[in-house]
Design a protein around this ligand. Structure first.
Ligand code: SF4
Length: 345
């Protein structure tokens, strides 16, 4: 896909061609500059997200999924740096936008729901003012219009509009997260990034929030990039799932295919580590060892020090290529090349 230079001012997105992804991440690499050296937090990650789709990115803590989300929204600050690749939205490369253009772009076209609503909300402003501020910062609306829209948004996310004068600490955790979702939806963006949106909530409220997001998505047809370490929740909620390990995308497929037949040994071990919501009860197993130090990641396949089916001499030295092994089912593993089937041990 050719890179289109960002326009000078007043961001206008090119129309999407038929079948063109809404978001196309191409060979994205991100490093963190530290005293110990460069942490290769994300390396050569590519994926597409179609209009109306829910795409999940899962993996253990530190695998790079949140860094990808922040790179997509250009929220990374030093010591993090996008070291290479493109983030195309409507074919426009977000990595080339100026700060002014970014201000025009964020919230209007793409927004984010962070993990902790308490951190995302300002404790000394009422929730109504916080929603209105987001609207006033990015539109020509008057204060009265912004307030009316804030009331509407609170109703949309299932909060009594009388709560418009409440401060964040006066709301429950679930209500605060609904307010953050209202802020993310304020300008009707086409893409909302959900970064562990329910991790801080108990399971009952978690289900309510995810059901609410699903309902809102159906009504307003936005796309979702869903970041979570909870693979069961992700498989249930997403159309497709990408699995990240040590900064790299190692498997991607439709949710049901990841659920029924994960191909990569890491995904299989990850699936064995989570209880399924509806499947039979089975013994949970962790993954031995821990993710590698990304200042000096292992050569070859980054998973090889923890992989119990590694091929001696090959996996330690040769980086496996991300290959399509079935319809829309991609993985990077030498074993799949060797026999096209991985024993689930
Ligand atoms: Fe294991 Fe080798 Fe496959 Fe990596 S490439 S997951 S080490 S078998």
């Amino acid at each position: 896909m050719t890179r289109q230079p960002a326009p000078e001012s007043n961001l206008v997105l090119p129309p999407l061609a038929e079948g063109e992804p809404l978001l196309s991440v191409r060979n994205l690499s991100v490093v963190y500059h530290t005293k110990r050296g460069e942490v290769k937090a994300v390396q050569d990650v590519s994926f597409d997200l179609m209009q109306g789709e829910v795409l999940g990115l899962a993996g253990e803590s530190g695998c790079g999924k949140t860094t990808v989300a922040n790179a997509v929204l250009r929220l990374l600050r030093y010591p993090a740096e996008i070291a290479g690749g493109q983030v195309l939205f409507h074919g426009l490369d977000i990595t080339t936008l100026s700060e002014d253009q970014l201000r025009d772009f964020r919230w209007k076209h793409m927004s984010i729901v962070f993990q902790s609503a308490m951190n995302a909300l300002n404790p000394v402003l009422t929730v109504g003012n916080q929603i209105a501020d987001a609207i006033l910062a990015h539109t020509d609306m008057t204060k009265e219009q912004a307030r009316a829209r804030s009331v509407e948004l609170l109703e949309i996310v299932g909060i009594d509009p009388a709560r418009i004068t409440s401060y964040p600490h006066q709301l429950s955790g679930g209500m605060r997260q609904r307010v953050v979702i209202a802020v993310a939806m304020a300008l009707n963006p086409q893409l909302i990034v959900l970064d562990e949106p329910t991790t801080a909530l108990d399971v009952v409220v978690q289900k309510q929030i995810m059901d609410e997001i699903r309902r809102l998505k159906e009504s307003y047809n936005f796309s979702i990039l869903f970041i979570s370490h909870d693979l069961s929740l992700m498989v249930e909620f997403s159309d497709r799932v990408g699995i990240m390990y040590a900064g790299q995308l190692i498997e991607m497929a439709r949710s049901q295919d990841i659920f029924r037949g994960p191909r990569h040994p890491y995904t299989q071990r990850l699936m064995d580590s989570f209880p399924t919501v509806s499947g039979p009860r089975s013994q949970l197993r962790g993954i031995p060892g821990s993710p590698p130090d990304l200042v000096t990641p292992p050569g070859g396949c980054r998973f090889h020090p923890r992989c119990d089916v590694a091929l001696d001499g090959l996996c330690q030295q040769v980086v496996p290529v991300f290959t399509e092994y079935g319809p829309n089912h991609w993985a990077a593993c030498h074993l799949l090349d060797a026999k096209d089937e991985v024993p689930n041990g």
